[in-house]
Structures are given as structure tokens and as C-alpha cells.
Design a protein around this ligand. Sequence first.
Ligand SMILES: CSC[C@H]1O[C@@H](n2cnc3c(O)ncnc32)[C@H](O)[C@@H]1O
Ligand SMILES: [Zn+2]
Length: 427
Amino acid sequence: MSTTLTNGHVLHPDGSVSRADVRFEQSTGEIEAVGQGLAADRTLSAAGGLVMPGLVNAHTHAAMTLLRGYADDKPLDAWLSEDIWPAESALEPADVRAGTELALLEMIRSGTTAFADMYFHMDEVVAAVERAGLRARLAHGIVTVGKDEEAATADLQEGIDFARRADGEAKGRVQTAISPHSLTTVDESTLREAIQAARELGVPVHLHANETTEEVEPIVEERGVRPLAYGSELGLFDSQDFFAHGVHLDETELELLADRQPSVVHCPASNMKLASGMAPVEALLDAGVPLALGTDGAASNNDLDMFDEMRDAALLGKLAADDASAVPAEAVIEMATAGGARALGLPGGQVTPGAAADLIVVDFEAPRMTPVHDHVSHLVYAAQGSDVRHTIVDGTVLMRDRDVLPLDEQAVRETAQTRAERLADRA
Ligand SMILES: CSC[C@H]1O[C@@H](n2cnc3c(O)ncnc32)[C@H](O)[C@@H]1O
Ligand SMILES: [Zn+2]
């Protein structure tokens, strides 16, 4: 079945905006045409709106929606060790299913069409993605710190087994990765084995790196090299790899990233909330390092709205560079769309014939969005997730006129509330 998004404006791959229709086909999952007066089996109105690529949340822990507001106002290490890790040790598979469905509901509502996740009980995440219809790059998060050798080996094996068994699930919308949590929470020999497994399976490595000074300094002290040099010696940071944060980077690391071309996933809200620091986004852009954008988990953000994240990225980027012209709106939209698709190695990110029909229609009719001098400016500086009218993934409409079709919104919210309360009681 073909569908035309009619009477709207379109954000083109070169960043320009013009009046045009967009026709896509459900059976192929592709955009067929962008132009005037396109006939199709059915129409969806984009009048008063902008058709743009779906947003890509390139780093999150979806099921952490259950821990939204559970522990705030602490720095990363204390937050993880005093609150989050104890709660996560009580997680059951059904919690991950409930938290992920809540996350996917929030994503569809706010225009996210693809995401990268590393967490636990990942088969539940696959099942939720299958049902909700998004695209995802998924991995079991490997941690060895605090574990004996047998438990560490088992965790690595689960990471590898999951990457093998889930790749291609949900009609190819799910692809996998290998995810050692970070360079300090996974020991060296496990890191080496994890990276080797990723290369053999042909999947990317997705990890956290250079998030806080507390994480960087021990590596420099113990090994005499910067964290990214250490990771690079182990075989990390190929161009298909991606890592979250990159807040604390020195000149040598900027050069390494420019040379090796992994994607850096900027998570500005999480970095501000945990007071981790300000990533040098303008310097990364100037160096030609591939950039994407992520929310991180809902417990450190505290929402999964990529419009919020775009605004935060632009504002924090200017503050970090002490330059109002730094990290302009066009660059941020690129990070949240094509840059995210590139980081995840998934289709999408462009409104052009032959590209994946992963599309959203953003309303420009709210008082907050009036008048319209510049659509691109509004997307970054004025829009919110609630402005999204339609969400389409792989040619299938997941939200029509703000009605989320694959999920029962009330049931998802009620289950998440119940599971979150029980989890907090057990923790
Ligand atoms: C091993 S699964 C992922 C693991 O990461 C934790 N996490 C959530 N947010 C952050 C962050 O900002 N830095 C590092 N680790 C984070 C999450 O709670 C899981 O335990
Ligand atoms: Zn994270």
C-alpha cells in the first residue's frame, strides 16, 4: 500500500525546506517520491507541518524509564553505585519489557524512529521492538567489575550469544552490537575478547567512554595513556563503532577520532544533570568526527524527547565553545538524523527517493511555533516532542494524528507504574 504525506513542507537532505508531498510504500518500506501532487492508495495530511527524517536516539537504556525520578541530583559514580546498580540487581525480565514498552511509547510520540540500547534481559527489548515497530541496534551490556571470573565469563558469553541470536529479528529492524559497558568497568582481557567477537560477528562495538574525569584519570594513572589510546590499542574505534559521551577529550584523542572515524554520541542532558562536563562538540565538528545524539537512560535525563536533546546540544555547545555561532541548528539536526543512522549502521536519516521510509511530520501550528521564519530554527530552538503528528517506520504508520497504533497506551503506562513500584520495593 502506498501513502502520500500531502500539503506539507519537506526537510531535504541538504538542509533546505520546500513545499512538497512525500510518497512511501509499506511493502518495500521505502520512500518512492518527493514532489508535487503525488497520487497514492491513501493520504495523510502534513498540512501546516514539516516532513522530516525520524529522529535517531543513538544511546539509551530504554528500560530505565522504570527508574525515572528514582534517584536525582547526584554525580555519576554515586548515582550508579548507591541507587541505580542496586535497583538494577533486582530487575526481572518483565520489568525490562514494561520499561522498554513505556520507552517506545514515548519515542513514537516524540518522533524517534530508531535507537541504540545496551541493557539487561535484552530478549525482552527485542520483543518490545517487534511489537512497537521501531528500528534498533541492541546489545547486552557487559560488566566485569565486582564479578568473579566465572560470572565475568558468563556475562561476556551472554553479550556474544545475544548479538548472534537477535541480529536480524523483527524483519531485520533489529540489529545487534557488542557492548562492554566502559573502559573502566570491564577488564582488559574481557574487552579484548568482546572486541574480537564483534569483529567476527560483523557488528559494531557500542560503549561509554570519557564521560567523567573520575573515569579518565585512573586510566591515565595506571596505563600512562589516554582512555581512547588504550581502547584503540585493544582494537576499538573502527568506523562502525560508536561510543556515548566523549566529554573529556584531549587534542590527541580528537586526532585519533578524526583519523579512525567512530561515531561519538553526544548526550547533553545527561552530562548536565550528572554534572559530568561539557563535550567539545564544536571541536569535534571542526575535526570532522562523525557525531550523533542520545538521551542516555530516562533516569539521568529524565525524558526521551530528542527535540529537548537537540535544543540542549545547541545551547550547551555554544556555552562550551564560548561562541554563539557554535553548534548551529543545521548541525544538530544532522546529528539527530543522518548522523544517528550512520552511527547505528541502520537505514533512515534522509527524505529522498529510495531511502527508508522512517519519517515524522512535525506540526508548526502551536503558538510556540508561530511565526515561521525558518523551519530549521524552530525544530531545534522551539519544537517539542508533543509537536509530532505522525510517526512512520519502515513504511508502516506507528502514530497517526497522535494516536499510537501498535501499543495500548493506558495498559503500557499502568504496567510500567506497577512494575516500577514493585522494583523499588525489592531494591
Ligand atoms: C551494562 S548495561 C548499561 C549500564 O549503564 C548504566 N548507565 C546508565 N547511564 C549511564 C551513564 O551515564 N554512564 C555510565 N553508565 C550508565 C545503566 O544503569 C546500566 O547499568
Ligand atoms: Zn548510557
